[in-house]
Design a protein around this ligand. Structure first.
Ligand code: CA
Ligand code: CA
Length: 573
């Protein structure tokens, strides 16, 4: 074997030395190495308009107040009537045309094409966000501005792109536009790959893109609160499952405006109690008219809305909706072909994501839970982020009903500490994160919340829920501080919501009095003295924490503790 010459060796060493000089520079500058990121944003009622400043749908208070004042007399008439079929029909005669009129600008024709081409996106920014002034950025900053800002801080404004979505359109057509954006971004940045992230309905578009164009140009796929397996309540509504649930409506309003404000409003007017029974009767008397005269013309021909129907409800939804449509067989066939094409994508999204991962794409999914869903369908007891159910944003985690827990028999390393989520049934169990108590697209760059997303969007290696101790699979969102922290057991926080309060004391006390049987994880959190049994002393100890008294419950004879005991007694009811 020929020995390497001294001269060659010296040259080789010199080359190696020069090469190593660049190593620290390369590692130090992850910013320059990161791929550009394209964020596909979600459904936004107000992204559409006649021009940049004129909304397609009523938005300003005066216009909405005008519509309400148009409807209120009709509602009052109905409230004071004997409420026969004729009364309900008269109400529908008057109100359904108003609904139809207000949504007409964003509706589609029976063949699924837009009814009003003069309506379009109010703004679309095709270049990197760093190229635009703040006032221009504000035009597209509907919900995602803080996430975009956080991303720009991390990798620079010249690498962050944001696609605004015209939600009327067929996702399969929008996928073609994403393809041309990806080509453009690659050319401008001189790179081979782009990180693609999707927020909410953006997940529908991203799925369609991946199915049509594969992952050759993709480094990361990040699904953020995304509807890529549908929305259960849209599926329910399109199969006839409209229902207004009073308790869920109350829960939702409580989360939105707070319990005190709510009882002030409801106590003052009693409006909801009066209207709810009428809504039930209205659906019973005129349900079909609501579909044929309002929902179908407003949304029924819209391929974007249809993309929200989960795969397993799709055939039923067609069977329910198509006979209620005002279309020719030819128009219906054209619409059906469009809807079928996307639903093929949706039915196969598990394989699409798994193939992406196998091809070296970092796939990550983030899902929020423990908030009330809209009380407009027969599935509003599912947990979610107020807009999309957690079962869908997570691609089929097994989730307890809102406010409940899974049976104690559900165990394993993918079960959340609060026993509300079992991630083992997800399409991607090791790449799916859960955030408890965070609302849909409630992004905040004040704390570490957006950093979770930007980490996933910019990582150049495949990461999982085991990669970082500060971002484990289950996280708790603090609605006051906006911070994320690992979800875990905190003694006294019986319901695992991040605060120790009277609700926790009440749960402990009801267990102590054998009025309820708490799940095992909640009994553990309630057992303040660790004696494997929940007694009044545990409930008292929780109250003591709430009252700012440290230490274990002791002399119940003190006046203050005596008062707390009275409070405890009251809580039993
Ligand atoms: Ca609590
Ligand atoms: Ca105990």
């Amino acid at each position: 074997m020929k020995r390497i010459s001294r001269k060659a060796l010296s040259l080789l060493l010199a080359v190696l030395l020069v090469a190593t000089l660049f190593v620290p520079a390369i590692t130090a500058s992850a910013k320059d190495a990161a791929n550009p990121v394209l964020v596909i944003t979600g459904f936004n009622f107000y992204s559409l308009g006649y021009d940049t400043h004129t909304d397609a749908l009523p938005r300003d208070t005066a216009t909405i107040a005008g519509i309400v004042s148009e409807v209120m007399p009709l509602l009052t008439t109905l409230l004071s009537s004997s409420r026969t079929q004729a009364d309900y029909d008269a109400f529908c005669d008057a109100v359904l045309p108003i609904v139809r009129r207000e949504f007409d600008p964003v509706s589609c024709k029976p063949d699924g094409t837009v009814a009003h081409p003069e309506v379009g996106l109010k703004a679309q920014l095709p270049e990197a966000l760093g190229n635009y002034s703040e006032s221009v950025l504000e035009q597209v900053d509907a919900y995602d501005g803080q996430l975009m800002q956080s991303l720009m801080d991390d990798i620079g404004g010249d690498k962050v792109y944001m696609y605004c979505l015209d939600w009327r359109l067929d996702p399969m057509d929008v996928a073609d536009e994403i393809h041309s954006w990806v080509q453009h971004i690659k050319a401008v940045n001189g790179c081979d790959k782009v990180s693609l992230a999707a927020i909410s309905m953006g997940g529908v578009i991203l799925s369609a893109y991946l199915a049509k164009y594969g992952t050759a140009s993709v480094s990361n796929v990040t699904m953020i609160s995304s509807a890529f397996t549908g929305l259960e309540y849209i599926g329910a509504m399109l199969t006839g499952g409209i229902k207004i649930d009073p308790q869920d409506l109350y829960n939702l309003l409580t989360q939105l405006v707070g319990r005190d404000t709510l009882s002030n409003i409801l106590g003052a007017t009693g409006l909801i109690e009066r209207i709810l029974p009428i809504v039930d009767d209205l659906l019973a008397h005129c349900g079909d008219r609501i579909y044929t005269e309002a929902l179908c013309p407003a949304f029924g021909y819209n391929p974007g809305i249809w993309s929200f129907v989960p795969a397993n409800m799709y055939e039923d939804a067609k069977a329910f909706m198509f006979p209620r449509m005002d279309s020719t067989p030819e128009q219906q066939a054209v619409l059906e072909a469009k809807l079928d094409a996307y639903h093929e994508v949706e039915a196969n999204v598990r394989g699409t994501l798994q193939a992406a991962k196998a091809n070296g794409v970092n796939v990550a999914i983030v899902s929020n839970y423990n908030l009330q869903m809209p009380p407009i369908s027969n599935v509003s007891d599912l947990t979610g982020d107020q807009v999309i159910e957690a079962m869908h944003t997570s691609a089929y985690a097994t989730c307890a009903k809102q406010g409940g827990t899974l049976p104690d028999s559900v165990q394993g390393r993918y079960v959340s500490p609060d026993h509300m989520i079992d991630a083992s049934t997800c399409y991607m169990p090791d790449e799916t994160w859960f955030i408890k108590n965070m609302g849909h697209v409630s992004f905040s760059d004040e704390q570490n919340q957006c950093k979770l997303y930007t980490w996933l969007m910019t990582t150049d290696e495949q990461v999982t829920v085991k990669s970082r101790a500060d971002y484990p699979q289950f996280l708790l969102y603090n609605t006051e501080t906006k911070a994320l922290s690992p979800l875990g057991l905190v003694r006294g926080d019986v319901n695992y919501d991040g605060v120790i309060d009277l609700v926790d004391a009440r749960l402990a006390l009801r267990q102590a009095e054998s009025l309820d049987t708490l799940p095992a994880v909640q009994r553990e959190a309630a057992d303040m003295d660790g004696n494997n049994s929940i007694t009044k002393a545990d409930a008292q100890a929780i109250l003591n924490i709430r009252a700012g008294i440290d230490g274990t419950a002791s002399s119940g004879s003190s006046g203050f503790l005596g008062n707390l005991s009275e409070q405890l007694g009251g809580l039993l009811g």
